[in-house]
Structures are given as C-alpha cells and as structure tokens.
Design a protein around this ligand. Structure first.
Ligand code: PRP
Length: 184
C-alpha cells in the first residue's frame, strides 16, 4: 500500500479541529478590532498560505490580500536576521491598515525585519497574526497582536510548515518521526 504522509508523523501537537477553532476566534477578534475599516492581509510565503486561506473564510472584515516571499540568509538552523525579499507587495500600503500573517515565529528575526521594512512604508496601522510561536527560540521580541498557540521547541510540520518542502498540506501540526530525517 502507498505510504501516506501521516505515517511519517510521530505525534500530533495540534489537531485540525483545534487549529480551525482558534482561527475562528482570531477572525472574530479581527472583525471586532477592524469594524468599519478595510484591511490588507499580508501573507508571508510560503508557510502562511494555508493560514491565510482558512482565516480568510472566517473573516467578515473587508479585506484585501497581498503576499511577500522572503528568504533568510544563512542556514535554516542559523538564521542571520538578514532577510532577502524575493517577492514584494504588489501595492503601496501607505495609509492602509496592515495585518501581517505568519504561520510561525521562531527566532522572531524574519518578522522583526519585515515589520521594520513595512513600517517604513507608512501604513495607517501595522499588526501581526501568527498561528504559532516557539517561546524557547525567541531571539528578538516581536509584537504579535493575534496569537494562535505557543508550541515546544520541536521540529514541526503540517498546516503550511514543511520539511524539505513536503508535509505543508497536512491539516494538523505534527512532529516528524526521527527516521524521516535519516532517510533523506
Ligand atoms: C518560516 C516562517 C517564518 C520564519 C520564522 O519560514 O514562515 O517566515 O520561518 O523564523 P524566524 O522567526 O526564526 O525568523 P521559512 O523560512 O521556513 O520559509 P517557508 O515559509 O517558505 O517554509
């Protein structure tokens, strides 16, 4: 039988139901906070595409969508804090209400750089929604206004998060079996 992606998962940290429930709550907070305003949600590719898609369907706020793609210099485990913009926003954000959407804040360096970069474009407001954070990994404090879950410092995949570009399509957040790394 064909092996499924689920077979590579050792433990599910957050089920699909838990994630959906939390996203619905965060969407309700956004709806309250931005009542009567139009917002641009800025997704940080690639990981955030799943969060964006589900969050979008809980929201009743008048929203537009834009995306940025960034890549940090240095290896995946040793983030340098210098971020290269691979794809910039399509539109000017001056005077606009911006909510940056991230799947995970790890060291905080990516978000820190992005927020400084976006703030320099003079939006009317600038806030962050992050589904996950790893408090043990934080190197710079980042002001996450809308926060999903704090998770332990383990290598997680699913719901937008990858290992070697795979597993992003799992509807839950899980920990990979150590054997999977060994095979690679
Ligand atoms: C992840 C995540 C954040 C960043 C967080 O992206 O989506 O952008 O890492 O890490 P930091 O807080 O230590 O800076 P990644 O570079 O894995 O790219 P991807 O979304 O394309 O998988």
């Amino acid at each position: 039988m064909l092996r499924s992606l689920d077979d590579d998962i050792e433990e599910i940290l957050l089920s699909s139901e838990e994630i959906q429930q939390r996203l619905a709550e965060l969407a309700a907070e956004l709806d309250r906070d931005y009542a009567g305003k139009r917002v641009i949600l800025v997704g940080v590719l690639k990981g955030a595409f799943v969060v964006m898609a589900d969050l979008a369907r809980y929201l009743r706020t008048d929203v537009e969508f834009d995306f940025m793609a960034v890549s940090s210099y240095g290896s995946a485990t040793q983030t340098s804090g210098v971020v290269r913009i691979l794809k910039d926003l399509d539109r000017d954000i001056a005077g606009r209400h911006i909510v940056v959407v991230e799947d995970i804040v790890d060291s905080g360096l990516t978000l820190n750089y992005l927020l400084r970069n976006l703030a320099a474009r003079h939006p009317a407001s600038l806030e962050v929604l992050a589904l996950l954070s790893k408090p043990d990994q934080v190197r710079v404090e980042t002001p996450v206004r809308y926060h999903g879950f704090a998770i332990p410092n383990r290598f997680v995949v699913g719901y937008g998060l990858d290992y070697a570009e795979r597993y992003r399509n799992l509807p839950y957040i899980g920990v990979l079996k150590p054997g999977v790394y060994a095979e690679a």
